[in-house]
Design a protein around this ligand. Structure first.
Ligand code: MEV
Length: 325
């Protein structure tokens, strides 16, 4: 009998280095984390799309297939709905689609819940319709979905959800290289503030209009740091890596995307002995990351907590999108 439902999971991600610059043709380094998004996708004998996504407060959402992508779409349903529309347009099939998502991580952390759910749905449809798309083909549909909704974005989060592990990634998937990094000693602190990626990208764009040379120069410096970090990462040279992260944080401050709470958490972790620390992602809130030797881990975690951060226990380098059942 043909299978009509499947569960796919995809990891959340953390940007290690290169955020913002990666939107404009530069590289970044991203690692997948071991907290995952899951989507159960079912092909149904009706002309509807149905979604249950409790983590983003979407319940009993239903739409007819010809209406996909039209009218008001609740924020929590956008990525899944547009992903299905894009998949259907490129690889037509007649059935309706029922989706239920569940996440092991909060959509507040900036771990990329929207991109992970997009990837889960696209991969599930690829299996259910027997298209068996390659990772790059999955990437293209999922990345188009991000651009359709946000208008901009590098696609690094989509690549991380698909390939997993730790990636060297260039804008739009121009380069996607898997790096072999096993035991990256990472501590992650959540600021308690939800950041909106598009708002932060727009803020940087405005700054680029006002002071193009400052922003362009920051991007170029960030690009050089990514290349240097790539080397240190592969050599597992954590001290050097930490110092390069500190430099990246200075450049992110110049772009104006850090906030006092993140600065406090970063400074506290360095005072407590971290090799280096920076914000991770768009800035404006979400998480910071620190590179920490095992004998300093407890002190650094305590220090982040003492300035109001919450430690998120995640391991990097997690596997990419996979079929669960
Ligand atoms: C957001 O997590 C990272 C940005 O570089 C946006 C992107 O790469 O799509 C700001």
């Amino acid at each position: 009998m043909e299978r009509n439902n499947i569960t796919v999971s995809a990891p959340g991600k953390l940007m290690l280095l290169g955020e913002h610059a990666v939107v404009y043709g530069h590289p970044c380094l991203v690692t997948a984390v071991d907290q995952r998004m899951k989507a159960t996708v079912e092909l149904v004998d009706s002309s509807t799309f149905e979604l249950e996504a409790p983590d983003v407060k979407v319940h009993n959402y239903k739409k007819s297939l010809p209406e996909l992508g039209k009218g008001e779409i609740p924020k929590g349903a956008q990525f899944v709905e547009i992903a299905i529309k894009n998949f259907k347009e490129k690889y037509p099939f007649k059935d309706g689609v029922r989706v239920a998502t569940a996440s092991e991580f909060s959509s507040q952390f900036g771990f990329g819940s929207s991109s992970a759910s997009t990837v889960c749905v696209v991969k599930a449809l690829s299996e259910l319709t027997r298209k068996k798309l390659s990772n790059k083909e999955l990437f293209d549909i999922a990345y188009k979905t991000v651009l359709d909704i946000q208008g901009k974005g590098s696609g690094f989060d989509i690549a991380s959800a698909i390939w997993g592990g730790t990636l060297y990634f260039v804008t739009g998937g121009e380069k996607i290289e898997q790096l072999s990094v096993d035991n990256l000693p990472l501590v992650v602190g959540y600021s308690g503030i939800k950041a909106d990626t598009v708002t932060l990208m727009d803020q940087v764009l405005r700054k680029a209009k006002e002071t193009p040379e400052v922003v362009e120069n920051s991007y170029r410096e960030i690009h050089l740091l990514v290349e240097k970090v790539n080397v240190q990462l592969l050599k597992q040279n954590w001290k050097e890596l930490g110092e390069l992260m500190n430099e990246n944080q200075k450049l992110l401050n110049m772009l104006g995307v850090s906030i006092p709470k993140l600065d406090d958490m970063i400074a506290a972790s360095i005072r407590a002995g971290a090799y280096g620390a920076k914000l991770s992602g768009a800035g404006g809130g979400d998480c910071m990351i620190a590179i920490v030797s095992p004998n300093k881990e407890q002190e650094v975690k305590k220090a982040i907590g003492s300035v109001g951060g919450t430690i998120i226990p995640v391991s990097p380098n997690a596997p990419g999108a996979r079929i669960e059942k």
